[in-house]
Write a protein that binds this ligand. Sequence first.
Ligand code: ADP
Ligand code: ADP
Length: 226
Amino acid sequence: MAEIVLERVDKVYAGGVKAVDGLDLEIRDGEFMVLVGPSGCGKSTALRMIAGLEEISGGTISIGERVVNDLAPKDRDIAMVFQNYALYPHMTVEQNLAFGLKLRGVSKEERAKKVREAAKMLGLEQFLSRKPAALSGGQRQRVAMGRAIVREPQAFLMDEPLSNLDAKLRVSMRASLSQLHERLKVTTVYVTHDQVEAMTLGDRVCVLREGRLQQVDTPQRLFDNP
Ligand code: ADP
Ligand code: ADP
């Protein structure tokens, strides 16, 4: 777990679009922070800079005690969850969950234990031997989250992870995400354009507009002072 701090962070894309403009934001250890705002306001860009998937044009980002500006994504100790699940189609759910651990040389017993724990948390126990093609969208997204969980990262970075799901499933997955966060208390940065989702999930919500921070507060206070 770790605090994530953005100081005067800018992103100027080739062609001159200023996607993020002087963003200051402190995400506390264990906090669920939602970045919300209309399409094009810079949410994904901000998240991708935290992940190291996008270069920073100016300012500083730190995760835990470390400034990560020049660190590769793999050295940031974070796990991403995207809207497209990025599962390995030829592997079973169990293999999908265990694969990263296997690459890192985690023992078979330890892998089995972590996979079992994650599957239990996510209600995937009865699907472990299935391949992704035989799962529903919601189940696939749970597997994607499971892959992030077994890594035991300092932070989860999620970019519209529920936006491919139908409305009903989205609501139940929101509840699952909240429970998961209650349980794991891993620092989370969550991007969505859906205000209801933001207000439901966030410990705090950061509203962006044209690359700038407009408001950051608890859902309750944002609701009272829109
Ligand atoms: P959001 O996630 O809030 O929809 P983005 O971070 O994707 O916003 O985009 C912010 C701004 O940066 C938009 O104006 C978008 O068109 C622009 N942008 C995003 N990605 C690129 C890119 N790779 N090259 C140039 N401009 C980009
Ligand atoms: P896997 O991709 O199967 O999880 P690893 O955990 O060994 O396998 O990861 C391979 C590389 O991909 C590493 O550099 C790791 O940091 C990165 N990586 C894997 N999963 C994620 C994720 N969910 N979010 C961010 N980076 C990831």
